[in-house]
Design a protein around this ligand. Structure first.
Ligand SMILES: [Zn+2]
Ligand SMILES: [Zn+2]
Length: 264
């Protein structure tokens, strides 16, 4: 499995790609071309072109959740790929508003169906033999409660971002987890990935960790991650410098930026 960061908040010196506070990863596995999240704008498409990656024959797009830093660039890939299957949770395309601002997908479910085959699932879905979309993440840790960000409809129903999910890849050395924002809790996601695969060895994690403040949750998360002894930790997208510094005191973490490649 090869993963290339098409868009991230961070860019590397001397690598002249576009950065934006969003997520999009290009994955190749078993001859299948897969996209994980679609960024905020068309930056991921422009970066892919600069990297020599042809996105026109991507067959599957997995969407972690509905926020527009993961779905904003959706119209561009739908325009380019005519045989795309989108795999995500049934709640991904619901309306999402925060302080009067639309923070959800630019296309709703009906619109998406006009362009692509839409596979909505709360259950895990095999993307390739070893790559799995996890579906709805159960809450198993005591310290990771669900975030509420904005509302989901005109009745002002609080949005607990229930759809927030991730992918995991089975390797000989353990599981490698790919997250969007980890609104469901990074430890809840890891625990569920272990359960789904039946493998308790975590070889790596890349993606948003959703950790910002130096609080109880961060302390408990760090304690958990330290115990897991994960050799390849790539926290990015939604993690503060403070949180990274705290993590870096007790474990090795790696930098992520646009253009970076992970080859497993
Ligand atoms: Zn989000
Ligand atoms: Zn995000």
């Amino acid at each position: 499995m090869k993963l290339r960061v098409l868009v991230d908040n961070n860019t590397f010196i001397n690598m002249y790609y576009l950065g934006e506070p969003a997520v999009s990863y290009y994955i190749e596995d078993e001859g299948e071309k897969i996209l994980f999240d679609a960024g905020y704008s068309d930056a991921y498409m422009k970066n892919a072109k600069s990297m020599g990656i042809d996105l026109s024959d991507v067959s599957k797009l997995v969407i972690s959740h509905g926020h527009n830093d993961h779905t904003g660039g959706l119209p561009f890939i739908l325009e380019k790929c005519r045989n795309l299957e989108i795999i995500t949770h049934p709640k991904t395309f619901i309306e999402k508003m925060d302080e009067g601002e639309d923070i959800g997908s630019p296309y709703d479910e009906e619109m998406v169906r006009k362009y692509a085959k839409l596979s909505l699932s709360k259950k895990p879905v095999n993307i390739t033999n070893n790559l799995i979309y996890l579906g709805e993440i159960p809450q198993t840790t005591s310290f990771e409660t669900r975030d509420i960000i904005g509302v989901t409809d005109r009745d002002n129903h609080p949005d607990d971002i229930l759809e927030d999910s991730a992918m995991c890849y089975k390797t000989d050395k353990g599981i490698f987890i790919i997250t969007g924002c980890s609104h469901s809790g990074i430890c809840n996601i890891i625990e569920y990935a272990k359960k789904v695969t039946g493998d308790n060895r975590v070889y790596g994690v890349i993606g948003g960790f959703h950790l910002f403040d130096k609080d109880e949750r961060l302390a408990s998360t760090i304690e958990y991650l330290k115990k897991e002894n994960i050799p390849n930790l790539y926290p990015c997208h939604c993690i503060s410098l403070d949180a990274k510094i705290e993590m870096g005191k007790v474990m090795e973490i790696r930098e992520v930026g646009v253009g970076m490649e992970v080859d497993i």
